[in-house]
Ligand binder design. Structure first.
Ligand code: BGP
Length: 479
């Protein structure tokens, strides 16, 4: 018997807005990401309130999965995927979020994608909201700051559940929901607020509005989880968090406390609510000290308790240091901010690579919550060089993958109930953080560049064969 479960889910993860393109095709409306232009290392994306036809918005064409899905899913199948995580773009189904009836062409597209997956025995894992809020809801309600979004999200989810109930059994309510916590710098969930225009690094949203918006997302998530449990007992409902491990920078007890507070405010704030069904005991003090007063409606506390998830998933890319001493060096180019760790190397985008941290994260999460865990994003964004014959010799990606899978194996041996692993961006796609194409994650290279050029052709990188071998051996053969 191997280390990983026999039914271990192996595959890759994408997000509709980062790879589908076809942003206004077949009745699709504009989502928040469609208002974001590209950025670069150290310079975040800019947002425009109106879409300017003379500007380049990377999500608009992305890698055109919309028209290449058959070819791409065939390549995933060739690697041996039995799971494919993607999202349903809310604005394909309800273009502004406000319509009473869904857009049939949008629904049909995902039917086609899921049917194509089924041909190869690939199980979809669907994120219902991956930074794809209809922009109209930002205009009207300031996005999730408005309680109105709860009912609109429910309508969208229930439409998806009923339509795809025979094709999709695994669901995630919100991608990286903790990006909206008060401690997350400029990463206010979608990073878009009513009327905001300019570099999103300049976007500051205070704790009150973030915590209130998150409360609305928690209620929305719990409502649809409860609804799914009642109507579709074979569904498995999960939450998804960005697992940003920090370590104390020194053995000064003050650094330990700073780290504990950071982990609570950035990570456990959301997982506690979605898995346990109530806020952590420390939140009250946090709210008081930050001038936050959450507006609860009658029934909110009950729904949070009743709508807890069946499994917990997270993305894992890096770790950082946190401390109270002035000599802590900050990592450059790192979107989330954090101190430099002298024992780790970093990617070209300043993300400190830490495979052991993944074992640590899995143990922390499983120990704390005791429900099955899944790694639904992990990967290396790098600048690849395509050879004239289309090949890419990405040994660095193979090394990254090998080390992370090896550490997952250790976590399973530690006793963690690990359901599966989906590599982020198995095919090159648009970076969420910077909007770049050149930050490539894929095992499949896509001929598409930051200036919008490229013929969209796909070719295999060396890592393609490596991942295929890992999957074929159920994670046993990592050489
Ligand atoms: C996560 C997001 C993804 C993805 C990934 C890589 O935070 O869920 O959407 O993009 O990070 O980040 P980036 O694209 O910024 O390299």
């Amino acid at each position: 018997m191997g280390v990983f479960r026999d039914d271990f889910l192996w595959g890759g993860a994408c997000a509709a807005n980062q790879f589908e393109g076809a942003w206004d095709v077949d009745g699709k409306g504009d989502s928040v990401i469609d208002h974001c232009m590209g950025g670069v290392f150290n310079q975040q994306k800019s947002i425009t309130v109106e879409i300017d036809p003379d500007k380049l918005y990377p999500s608009h064409d992305a890698i055109d999965f919309y028209h290449h899905y058959k070819e791409d899913i065939a390549l995933f199948a060739e690697m041996g995927f039995n799971c494919f995580r993607t999202s349903i773009n809310w604005t394909r189904i309800y273009p502004t979020g406000l319509e009473d009836e869904p857009n049939e062409k949008g629904l049909q597209f995902y039917d086609d994608v899921f049917d194509e997956c089924a041909k190869y025995g690939i199980q979809p894992l669907i994120t219902l909201s991956h930074y794809e809020l209809p922009y109209e809801l930002v205009r009207r309600y300031n996005g999730w700051a408005g309680r109105e979004c709860i009912a609109l999200y429910e309508k969208f989810c229930y439409t998806c559940f009923e339509r795809y109930k025979d094709k999709v059994k695994l669901w995630l309510t919100f991608n990286e929901i903790n990006c909206a916590t008060a401690e997350m710098g400029a990463m206010f969930g979608t990073s878009t607020v009513q009327g905001f225009e300019g570099n999103r690094a300049n976007l500051y949203v205070g704790p009150q509005i973030r915590c209130q918006a998150l409360h609305h997302q928690f209620v929305a998530s719990a409502k649809v989880v409860k609804y799914a449990h009642e109507h579709y007992p074979d569904f498995k409902m999960g939450c998804m968090t960005v697992y940003l491990q920090t370590y104390p920078a020194t053995c000064d007890p003050k650094d330990q406390l700073a780290n504990q507070a950071n982990m609570r405010n950035r990570v456990f704030y959301t997982t506690d609510v979605q898995v346990r069904g109530y806020y952590g005991c420390w939140c009250k003090r946090f709210w008081e000290e930050n001038g936050v007063e959450i507006k609860w409606e009658p029934g909110d506390a009950e729904i949070l308790r009743e709508g807890t998830v069946d499994f917990l998933s997270f993305s894992y890319y890096m770790t950082n240091l946190i401390g109270t001493h002035d000599d802590l060096e900050e990592m450059e180019g790192n979107i989330v901010g954090g101190g430099k760790n002298p024992y780790l190397e970093a990617s070209e985008w300043g993300w400190q690579i830490d495979p052991d941290g993944l074992r640590f994260a899995l143990n922390e999460m499983y120990d704390r919550y005791q429900i099955p865990v899944m790694v639904v994003e992990n990967g290396l964004g790098a600048m690849d060089k395509k050879e004239p014959d289309g090949s890419v010799h990405d040994q660095y990606r193979i090394d990254y993958l090998r080390k992370h899978v090896a550490c997952m194996r250790e976590a399973v041996k530690d006793g963690v109930d690990l359901m599966g692993y989906t590599w982020w961006g198995p095919i090159d796609l648009v970076s969420h953080g910077t909007g770049e194409m050149r930050k490539r994650y894929g095992f499949i290279y896509v001929d598409k560049y930051d200036d919008g050029t490229g013929d969209y052709s796909r070719s295999k990188k060396d890592s393609f064969e490596y991942y295929k071998k890992v999957i074929a051996s159920n994670g046993e053969d990592l050489d």
